[in-house]
Design a protein around this ligand. Sequence first.
Ligand code: M6R
Length: 620
Amino acid sequence: MCGIVAYLGKKPAQPILIEGLKRLEYRGYDSAGLGLINGSEIKIIKSSGRISVLEEILGEPDPKEVVGIGHTRWATHGQPNTINAHPHLDYTGKIALAHNGIIENYSTLKTWLISKGCTFKSETDTEVIANLIGYLYSNTDGKDCPKDDQNRFEWAVQHALNELVGTYGLAIICADFPEMLIGAKKGSPLILGLGKNEYVIASDAAAIVEHTTQVIYLSDNEMVTITPQGFHTKTIDNVEIHKELKQIEFSLNAIELDGFKHYMLKEIYEQPKALGMCLGGRLDLRDNRVVLGGIGKYWREFTRSKRIIINACGTAWHAGLIGEFLIEQLARINAETQYASEFRYRNPIIEDDTVVIAISQSGETADTLAAVEQARERGAITLGIVNVVGSTIARTTDAGVYLRVGPEIGVASTKAFTAQVAVLAMLGIELGRRRHLSAEQVRCYIQELSRIPSKIEDVLTLSDHIKKIAEATCDRENWLFLGRGFNYPVALEGALKLKEISYIHAEGLPAAEMKHGPIALITKGMPAVFIATKCSQYDKIIGNIEEVRARGGRTIVVANKGDDNIRPYADFLIEVPEVLEEFQPMVTVVPLQILAYHAAVLRGHDVDKPRNLAKSVTVE
Ligand code: M6R
């Protein structure tokens, strides 16, 4: 949440920062601002609203302003207004910073700083950091700090960071050092891009890739100081560290709209290709096995584990639920899926043979990360199923599998979901192969999985038909999504998609649960989406459809192509290709993504930036 970008180089910083902020806008979009060094002064320009609003109040770029910081905000402390927008200046006006994260002890620090004469303008926790650095920098009397000013600034930053409880990704500038930029990280992502005579710091590689593909991922409690002469990395305790250079693995093209109206639509349509990349080279039909190099030496423990706990949030949690069913079904290992936000505060029982899987598109979700840390502390082997390469969860887990679907920018997760399920299917197959599945069963599963991308391709052709269904139904404010077995998590996911972008109230349920309460909600014309593909519970779900129809509900049924039996039960029918029951979610979720998309557009919402949401939830 919140996006930071900072630049130090030879070009005017303003357009580079604005472009970077636009690439990060999915991380937060309630206010934005820039801080630029002009001579020995810091110029701050900020406003509430989107980056386009900020752009309107910016003047022409000044070629002398070659160092600066930018921020796009998702409010935590204080309303999304101009005063609370970042960057924040300290009370001396010398230090400015942009922050992503939450400072938990800000109130104590604020009281202390006020007692020392510091003044505050905003309601944010961030201003405390600026004032603390400013106070330490300007009040070194009697303190054991370096004599020269430059090191004194670094020293003040380090000492301030050591006082903070909470999380931060920070970009900091100081008017006394117009050619210096400091970045620091704890709990929120921060990447340093190394260009030719220029440096870009950002919360996400998307803001860097235009300038360079060479990056350094800062780890927690690390900072970087950059000047035109070069950069050095240290811990916040002032220990020099050497950081490995990494390569950004996607191109600029991957983060462009590429002719699509929205990123969400682009990412829905990318699914066949994305799944192809996810499965590519991993399904070994010749040797009849699944190859997941990232699990490496942990296959042994994984295969022998007695219990697998899957941790995730939101859409990734829905994928996890499908993973639970897949692992149980294919590998016959006890599996359970937990909300990471709950797991982290429980007193979980982790035994020697427990493996904990964390699923996260961003690899930065605070609750999922905390669950991984909790599991590691208790001795579990942890495995990450993550999309963003080099992200914190990817680096914190013992082993892992990358989704390899390229950047997902739309706040509503789509291609990451299908890939998460694909990875869980691969894990299930390979664990099953190592435990008990026959060669014939493995071959059948692998072949079926390899066919999923083309089946999704078929579903994408239904977009116009689904749009018509959305037109006929999207004025209704309450919806139900119902499925059974492997399609029950798909019902949850369909409901979440509709809620988050169209603001329609939707409830997802295992279809049989409906009659234990929610059936009371059904009124005449209420849309009820059933996922009723051919599966072991097909007859049962037909019964559930009848229950809804008997009460006047309007049914939208996702069924298999050619299933004429179901026609009389559907007010609207969406026909998808048939696949093995275990892998159906990757196909049945797609029409629900498309339905949610059209409903949101028809209702006039900004699909890629739904209200109150941000792409990666780095606060708990
Ligand atoms: O980055 P993560 O996969 O860890 O994110 C988890 C959820 O915040 C995310 O899936 C969220 O529910 C999406 N907006 C749903 O579309």
